[in-house]
Design a protein around this ligand. Structure first.
Ligand SMILES: CC(C)(COP(=O)(O)OP(=O)(O)OC[C@H]1O[C@@H](n2cnc3c(N)ncnc32)[C@H](O)[C@@H]1OP(=O)(O)O)[C@@H](O)C(=O)NCCC(=O)NCCS
Length: 182
Protein backbone atom coordinates (compact mmCIF):
# COMPACT_ATOMS: atom_id res chain seq x y z
CA UNK A 1 0.00 0.00 0.00
CA UNK A 2 1.51 3.36 -0.87
CA UNK A 3 1.25 6.59 1.05
CA UNK A 4 -1.57 8.06 -1.05
CA UNK A 5 -3.73 4.94 -0.61
CA UNK A 6 -3.34 5.30 3.13
CA UNK A 7 -4.27 8.95 2.96
CA UNK A 8 -7.46 8.35 0.98
CA UNK A 9 -8.63 5.42 3.06
CA UNK A 10 -8.00 6.88 6.50
CA UNK A 11 -8.73 10.52 5.99
CA UNK A 12 -11.84 10.23 3.93
CA UNK A 13 -13.37 7.47 5.95
CA UNK A 14 -12.70 9.12 9.30
CA UNK A 15 -13.57 12.76 8.64
CA UNK A 16 -16.06 14.64 6.51
CA UNK A 17 -13.37 16.84 4.92
CA UNK A 18 -14.13 15.89 1.32
CA UNK A 19 -11.98 18.68 -0.25
CA UNK A 20 -8.95 16.63 0.86
CA UNK A 21 -9.48 14.49 -2.23
CA UNK A 22 -7.80 17.33 -4.12
CA UNK A 23 -4.46 16.56 -2.44
CA UNK A 24 -2.00 13.80 -3.21
CA UNK A 25 0.46 12.81 -0.51
CA UNK A 26 3.84 11.24 -1.17
CA UNK A 27 7.39 11.00 0.14
CA UNK A 28 9.62 13.89 -0.90
CA UNK A 29 12.54 13.37 -3.28
CA UNK A 30 15.81 15.29 -3.40
CA UNK A 31 14.60 17.17 -6.49
CA UNK A 32 11.68 18.62 -4.48
CA UNK A 33 14.02 20.68 -2.26
CA UNK A 34 13.66 23.96 -4.09
CA UNK A 35 9.84 23.85 -4.15
CA UNK A 36 9.74 22.86 -0.49
CA UNK A 37 11.90 25.82 0.48
CA UNK A 38 9.58 28.17 -1.50
CA UNK A 39 6.54 26.77 0.30
CA UNK A 40 8.20 27.15 3.71
CA UNK A 41 9.20 30.73 2.89
CA UNK A 42 5.67 31.52 1.75
CA UNK A 43 4.26 30.78 5.21
CA UNK A 44 5.99 33.90 6.55
CA UNK A 45 6.14 32.19 9.95
CA UNK A 46 8.63 29.36 9.65
CA UNK A 47 12.43 29.71 9.63
CA UNK A 48 13.25 28.63 6.10
CA UNK A 49 16.26 26.34 5.96
CA UNK A 50 18.80 26.29 3.15
CA UNK A 51 17.63 24.72 -0.09
CA UNK A 52 20.35 22.14 0.42
CA UNK A 53 18.77 21.08 3.74
CA UNK A 54 15.48 20.31 1.96
CA UNK A 55 17.34 18.43 -0.77
CA UNK A 56 18.99 16.36 1.96
CA UNK A 57 15.64 15.69 3.64
CA UNK A 58 14.33 14.31 0.36
CA UNK A 59 17.48 12.23 -0.16
CA UNK A 60 18.00 10.84 3.36
CA UNK A 61 14.84 11.39 5.43
CA UNK A 62 12.01 10.70 2.97
CA UNK A 63 10.77 7.89 5.22
CA UNK A 64 9.86 10.40 7.91
CA UNK A 65 8.80 13.32 5.69
CA UNK A 66 5.71 13.86 3.55
CA UNK A 67 4.57 16.38 0.98
CA UNK A 68 1.17 17.18 -0.51
CA UNK A 69 0.39 18.38 -4.00
CA UNK A 70 -2.71 19.58 -5.78
CA UNK A 71 -3.18 20.52 -9.43
CA UNK A 72 -1.33 23.79 -8.79
CA UNK A 73 1.74 22.16 -7.27
CA UNK A 74 3.23 21.67 -3.86
CA UNK A 75 0.94 22.82 -1.07
CA UNK A 76 2.00 20.93 2.04
CA UNK A 77 5.14 19.59 3.67
CA UNK A 78 6.10 17.96 6.96
CA UNK A 79 9.67 17.22 7.97
CA UNK A 80 10.25 14.88 10.88
CA UNK A 81 12.80 12.42 12.18
CA UNK A 82 13.24 9.86 14.93
CA UNK A 83 15.13 11.20 17.95
CA UNK A 84 18.59 9.64 17.60
CA UNK A 85 18.75 8.68 21.32
CA UNK A 86 15.07 7.75 21.61
CA UNK A 87 13.87 6.34 18.30
CA UNK A 88 10.31 5.67 19.53
CA UNK A 89 9.82 9.44 19.36
CA UNK A 90 8.97 11.16 16.08
CA UNK A 91 10.17 14.76 16.25
CA UNK A 92 8.13 16.92 13.88
CA UNK A 93 10.45 19.66 12.70
CA UNK A 94 8.37 21.77 10.31
CA UNK A 95 4.82 21.71 9.02
CA UNK A 96 3.84 24.05 6.21
CA UNK A 97 0.48 24.25 4.45
CA UNK A 98 0.01 26.78 1.64
CA UNK A 99 -2.58 29.52 2.21
CA UNK A 100 -4.96 28.07 -0.37
CA UNK A 101 -5.07 24.73 1.40
CA UNK A 102 -5.46 25.75 5.03
CA UNK A 103 -8.23 24.63 7.41
CA UNK A 104 -9.12 21.67 5.19
CA UNK A 105 -7.49 19.09 7.45
CA UNK A 106 -4.33 18.79 5.34
CA UNK A 107 -1.81 19.52 8.13
CA UNK A 108 -3.37 16.90 10.35
CA UNK A 109 -3.71 14.44 7.46
CA UNK A 110 0.01 14.70 6.66
CA UNK A 111 1.03 13.86 10.24
CA UNK A 112 -1.46 11.00 10.31
CA UNK A 113 -0.08 9.78 7.00
CA UNK A 114 3.40 9.63 8.52
CA UNK A 115 2.22 7.73 11.58
CA UNK A 116 0.35 5.24 9.38
CA UNK A 117 3.50 4.24 7.46
CA UNK A 118 4.77 0.70 8.11
CA UNK A 119 8.23 2.03 8.97
CA UNK A 120 6.79 4.22 11.75
CA UNK A 121 4.41 1.75 13.39
CA UNK A 122 6.59 1.58 16.51
CA UNK A 123 6.35 5.33 17.20
CA UNK A 124 4.80 5.95 20.63
CA UNK A 125 5.39 9.68 21.07
CA UNK A 126 5.32 12.81 18.91
CA UNK A 127 7.43 15.81 19.88
CA UNK A 128 7.59 19.29 18.36
CA UNK A 129 8.56 22.78 19.41
CA UNK A 130 5.98 25.51 18.92
CA UNK A 131 6.19 29.20 19.73
CA UNK A 132 3.33 30.06 22.08
CA UNK A 133 2.00 32.68 19.64
CA UNK A 134 1.41 30.02 16.95
CA UNK A 135 -2.24 29.22 17.64
CA UNK A 136 -2.71 27.30 14.39
CA UNK A 137 0.14 24.92 15.09
CA UNK A 138 -0.82 24.43 18.74
CA UNK A 139 -4.38 23.74 17.60
CA UNK A 140 -3.16 21.19 15.08
CA UNK A 141 -1.12 19.26 17.65
CA UNK A 142 -3.92 19.40 20.22
CA UNK A 143 -6.25 17.95 17.59
CA UNK A 144 -3.68 15.24 16.88
CA UNK A 145 -3.47 14.40 20.60
CA UNK A 146 -7.27 14.17 20.75
CA UNK A 147 -7.28 11.95 17.69
CA UNK A 148 -4.68 9.65 19.22
CA UNK A 149 -6.40 9.84 22.62
CA UNK A 150 -2.99 10.68 24.05
CA UNK A 151 -1.75 13.14 26.69
CA UNK A 152 -0.62 16.57 25.41
CA UNK A 153 2.01 18.37 27.51
CA UNK A 154 4.15 21.49 27.18
CA UNK A 155 7.47 22.23 28.87
CA UNK A 156 10.27 24.79 28.46
CA UNK A 157 12.87 23.71 25.89
CA UNK A 158 14.64 26.30 23.71
CA UNK A 159 14.55 29.74 25.39
CA UNK A 160 14.38 32.87 23.25
CA UNK A 161 18.03 33.73 23.94
CA UNK A 162 19.17 30.65 22.02
CA UNK A 163 18.04 32.53 18.89
CA UNK A 164 18.64 35.89 17.29
CA UNK A 165 16.76 38.86 18.68
CA UNK A 166 13.08 38.78 17.84
CA UNK A 167 12.74 35.01 17.82
CA UNK A 168 10.34 33.60 20.40
CA UNK A 169 11.10 30.78 22.81
CA UNK A 170 10.29 27.32 21.45
CA UNK A 171 8.63 25.23 24.17
CA UNK A 172 8.54 21.48 23.67
CA UNK A 173 5.17 19.86 23.19
CA UNK A 174 4.86 16.14 23.74
CA UNK A 175 2.04 13.87 22.64
CA UNK A 176 1.93 10.38 24.04
CA UNK A 177 2.59 7.72 24.91
CA UNK A 178 0.06 6.18 22.50
CA UNK A 179 -0.57 2.93 20.69
CA UNK A 180 0.06 3.68 17.04
CA UNK A 181 -2.95 2.04 15.43
CA UNK A 182 -3.12 4.40 12.45
C1 LIG B 1 -0.18 25.21 11.22
C2 LIG B 1 -0.64 24.77 9.84
C3 LIG B 1 0.37 23.76 9.32
C4 LIG B 1 -2.03 24.09 9.98
O1 LIG B 1 -2.34 23.46 8.75
P1 LIG B 1 -3.84 23.22 8.29
O2 LIG B 1 -3.81 22.26 7.17
O3 LIG B 1 -4.51 24.51 8.04
O4 LIG B 1 -4.47 22.56 9.60
P2 LIG B 1 -5.70 21.57 9.64
O5 LIG B 1 -6.74 22.02 8.69
O6 LIG B 1 -5.21 20.17 9.51
O7 LIG B 1 -6.25 21.81 11.09
C5 LIG B 1 -6.21 20.82 12.09
C6 LIG B 1 -6.57 21.49 13.39
O8 LIG B 1 -5.59 22.46 13.73
C7 LIG B 1 -6.22 23.58 14.35
N1 LIG B 1 -5.99 24.79 13.53
C8 LIG B 1 -5.58 24.85 12.25
N2 LIG B 1 -5.46 26.13 11.87
C9 LIG B 1 -5.83 26.88 12.92
C10 LIG B 1 -5.90 28.26 13.15
N3 LIG B 1 -5.59 29.14 12.19
N4 LIG B 1 -6.27 28.70 14.37
C11 LIG B 1 -6.59 27.84 15.36
N5 LIG B 1 -6.54 26.49 15.20
C12 LIG B 1 -6.16 26.03 14.00
C13 LIG B 1 -7.69 23.25 14.46
O9 LIG B 1 -7.90 22.62 15.70
C14 LIG B 1 -7.86 22.29 13.32
O10 LIG B 1 -8.93 21.43 13.50
P3 LIG B 1 -10.39 21.94 13.04
O11 LIG B 1 -10.26 22.56 11.67
O12 LIG B 1 -11.19 20.68 13.07
O13 LIG B 1 -10.79 22.95 14.07
C15 LIG B 1 -0.80 25.96 8.86
O14 LIG B 1 -1.62 26.93 9.45
C16 LIG B 1 0.53 26.59 8.49
O15 LIG B 1 1.20 26.14 7.57
N6 LIG B 1 0.92 27.66 9.20
C17 LIG B 1 2.16 28.35 8.93
C18 LIG B 1 3.36 27.51 9.28
C19 LIG B 1 3.36 27.04 10.72
O16 LIG B 1 3.04 27.78 11.64
N7 LIG B 1 3.75 25.76 10.92
C20 LIG B 1 3.77 25.12 12.23
C21 LIG B 1 5.00 25.37 13.01
S1 LIG B 1 6.22 24.11 12.71
Amino acid sequence: MDSSDTFDRKTLSQTSLTPLTAFRLRKPEAKDGQAIQSLVKSTGVLDANAEYAYVLLGAHFAGTCVLAEDDNGLTGFVSAYRLPDNPDVLFVWQIAVGERARRKGLGLAMVRDLLSRPNLKDITMVHATIASSNAASIGLFRTLADFLQAPFETQPFFPADYFSKGHEAEPLITIGPFDNNL
